[in-house]
Design a protein around this ligand. Sequence first.
Ligand SMILES: [Zn+2]
Length: 54
Amino acid sequence: MRCPICKKEVEPGSSYVPFCGDRCRLFDLANWATDKYGFPASAEPEPKAEDEER
Ligand SMILES: [Zn+2]
């Protein structure tokens, strides 16, 4: 079984299954929340490239 976030092998019987650990579990939650509310969670910088080109 592999973690859907980082593709690392997941310990069978881990309390975080299907994730490899708390980090990926939270990451997935953040993705889900981002999808639901339409906010960028935080990690991804907003695209401001167009402004900087002027
Ligand atoms: Zn993972």
